[in-house]
Design a protein around this ligand. Structure first.
Ligand code: UD1
Length: 361
């Protein structure tokens, strides 16, 4: 299994546990995310075994990062000869893992397959589209994802299994709630929670300034755990935040569960946080023009607001006034997605205890 960025550690936790019960697994960390609070903290908190290989690729332009990963992953795959490579989500680590494997003739399993924003400018859209077209097994979280694949002519190896992030929430929420409240967290229902990290929001000074201005102007305090990309961009522009906006270090996963579930509303450009808000019953305003998680829009739980401060304030006001209700289980399943993926992978490999890492050993 190839991981590298924060959202993949969250998904890898339930998935890797379920897979290890059935098959031998080599966990490879590309090193795309490397700060302690973006990487190791997740391994520690979620009890993910240390990666068998760490490629320490680090930050670079998209081409350089993906290229370095491709070269290093190919070497690991040649050496360990996996019978299947599992990739998750839509990061550069996902694409590099899928491409390295496909070129070596190793089947690829993509978890979180079939998602589309239909925004070709998003690096993540390029990554997931290509990864899907390279994959033999495609594990879709929703019926929309299955339909998206069908529209691109992909019907073989497609399985709707539910969402592994639902599994992660179910496995960790009680534990998160038993812990002391995250430092500096305001009382439940007295604050908004925001996250911002997408290249298209953060690297565009006008958009970033508008977004921070919108968050500063909300009627209750907004907690904003800062992604390193965002921290750097704020520093580069010399922006000073005002009003009720409270910047803080990145939250751990358990802290995020508490912060999301206690917020009046979540404002985010992250795919994963939109989903966590939906699962935890908190309304969400998405700071983008598109979302892959269209079911959250249809349920009335999520509004798209882009980077327009007036639209953002209106969306928050509407959601607080209408207090929508929805069933996350109907959309993302009941926390059994990882088990389904593990079962289907072990069936694909032909026996319940096949060694997926060292063919012929
Ligand atoms: C990546 C993924 C995105 C995912 C996100 C979750 C791609 C194209 N994007 O975006 O799909 O939603 O992770 O966080 O793969 N940085 C640090 N320390 C770290 C990690 C990153 O300082 O531990 C800095 C890098 O130097 C870089 C910036 O953050 O300047 C962005 O990192 P990068 O990995 O390129 O993309 P993300 O924005 O994190």
């Amino acid at each position: 299994m190839v991981v590298g960025a924060r959202p993949q550690f969250v998904k890898a936790a339930p998935l890797s546990r379920a897979l290890r019960r059935r098959v031998r697994q080599v966990l490879v960390h590309t090193g795309q995310h490397y700060d302690r609070d973006m990487s190791q903290a997740f391994f520690d908190e979620l009890g993910i075994p240390p990666p068998d290989r760490h490629l320490a690729v680090g930050s670079a332009s998209h081409g350089a990062m993906t290229g370095r990963m491709l070269e290093a992953l190919e070497a690991v795959m040649v050496e360990t000869r996996p019978r299947l490579v599992v990739v998750l989500g839509d990061t550069n680590s996902t694409l590099a893992g899928a491409l390295a494997a496909a070129k070596l003739g190793i089947p690829v399993a993509h978890v979180e397959a079939g998602l589309r924003s239909y925004d070709p400018a998003m690096p993540e859209e390029i990554n997931r589209r290509l990864t899907d077209h390279l994959s033999r097994l495609l594990f879709c979280p929703t019926p929309t994802a299955v339909a998206n694949l069908r529209a691109e002519g992909i019907t073989r190896g497609v399985h709707r299994v539910g969402d592994v992030m639902m599994d992660a929430v179910r496995q960790n929420l009680a534990r998160a709630r038993r812990r002391p409240r995250p430092p500096g967290a305001p009382a439940s229902r007295s604050y908004y929670l925001a996250t911002l990290h997408r290249q298209e929001n953060v690297d565009d000074p006008r958009r970033l300034t508008a977004l921070l201005g919108a968050l500063e102007s909300l009627p209750h305090p907004t907690v904003l755990p800062l992604h390193p990309r965002t921290r750097k961009a704020i520093g580069r522009l010399g922006l000073r935040t005002r009003g009720l906006l409270r910047l803080r270090a990145p939250a751990t996963y358990l802290e995020m569960l508490v912060l999301v579930s206690g917020a009046r509303a979540v404002l985010t450009d992250s795919g994963g946080v939109q989903k966590e808000a939906f699962i935890l019953g908190t309304p969400c305003v998405t700071l983008r023009e598109t979302t892959e998680w269209v079911e959250t829009l249809e349920a009335g739980a999520n509004r798209l607001a882009g980077a327009d401060p007036a639209r953002i304030r209106r969306a928050v006001r509407d959601l607080e006034r209408t207090r929508p209700r929805w069933s996350a289980g109907r959309v993302y399943g009941r926390g059994q997605a990882s088990e389904a993926v593990a079962r289907l992978i072990s069936r694909f490999l032909g026996s319940a205890r096949t060694d997926v890492t060292r063919r012929g050993r």
